[in-house]
Design a protein around this ligand. Sequence first.
Ligand code: BMA
Length: 383
Amino acid sequence: MTKTQKIFRANKLRNILSLFIITLFLYSCNGVKKDTVIQPKLVDKTASKNTIELYAKLVNISKKGFAVGHQDDTSYGLGWNYKDNPTIIKSDVKKVTGDFPAVFGFDIGWIEIDKSYNLDTVPFNAMRDLIIDAYKKGGIITISWHANNPVSGGDSWDQTIAVPNIIKGGDQREKYELWVSRVANFIASLKYEGEAIPIIFRPFHEMNGSWFWWGGKNCDAKDYITLWKETVHLLRDTHNLHNLLYVYSPNKLNPSDTYLEYYPGDEYVDILGIDIYDFNNAEDYKKSVIHDLAIVKELATKKNKVYAFSETGLESIKTENWFTEVLYPVIENSGISWVLTWRNYDKKHHYMPYNGHINETDFIRFEKLPKTLFLKDLNNLNN
Ligand code: BMA
């Protein structure tokens, strides 16, 4: 190499190095923090500020641990019901641990048929008050929808074929649009200090099972996808709701299931979820959770989306130390943003412990573990 060639090469290297330093500098000038994510591409390009912030919060949570959620947490529990004394907001989780959960789950099944209370007898007026209260406390709200069967008039578990009838061109389309307008009216009524409360909306869940009219053998994947997309269009574009994050949540994957079989596409889903229950077999449960969450994680990472354990639990929680020894180890490092257990209806059908329950102290230990975020932890998170 000649002397001129050497000088030329050194200059070239210096130029590349300077360019690299300038790029880094520009990045820091732009205020791009080290752990800031690339702006998410939400389903709603005009999502409200609070909704974008909620998404950012979910990302942040998943880096610190996971938020703990409970369905109908403040609506009722063992031996009490909000309806009987709406002046005090109770919670079995709070009675046991001293803190509320960080995620509050609600279900709007029966709003579509214009009932004043949902399928589990929670009055919608009470639900609205409790959603506002949970939000005011700093909590995260998620809403599922156990809609009735629009063809037979039966409940969600009525497997009469209905999806082809309610998508565009179907004979029950008008009815479905009316149903969605009732959903939209309720969601539009969820306001705090004049602003729409951001909601994680999880309709048509567990679609890979055949127990609901919108899933499995009761519905083609193609029709399911059409229903999902049309529902998003109605809520977002016709009813102008800009406070929703949409969750896609299949049930536990059986060997023949593919997670994305019913997936409506990246443009229509904000969060990937999965529902898996322990049916009194901790080993099978742990295997499924590890296996399925790894799949969800891989897909969500590729798609740059948040993911969650959208429903779980062991009915009556008879397995000792279920929270610390069965659940925690399989989700501790999973990267989920939240985990939500189902409702506390009575001693036979409940998924969180209550005062005097055999797993009460285990749940107190669970609350103290480093990755579990309850309401106070959530409020203490710095961005
Ligand atoms: C199910 C059960 C039902 C309930 C439904 C909707 O898992 O808890 O009793 O009606 O969820 O909340």
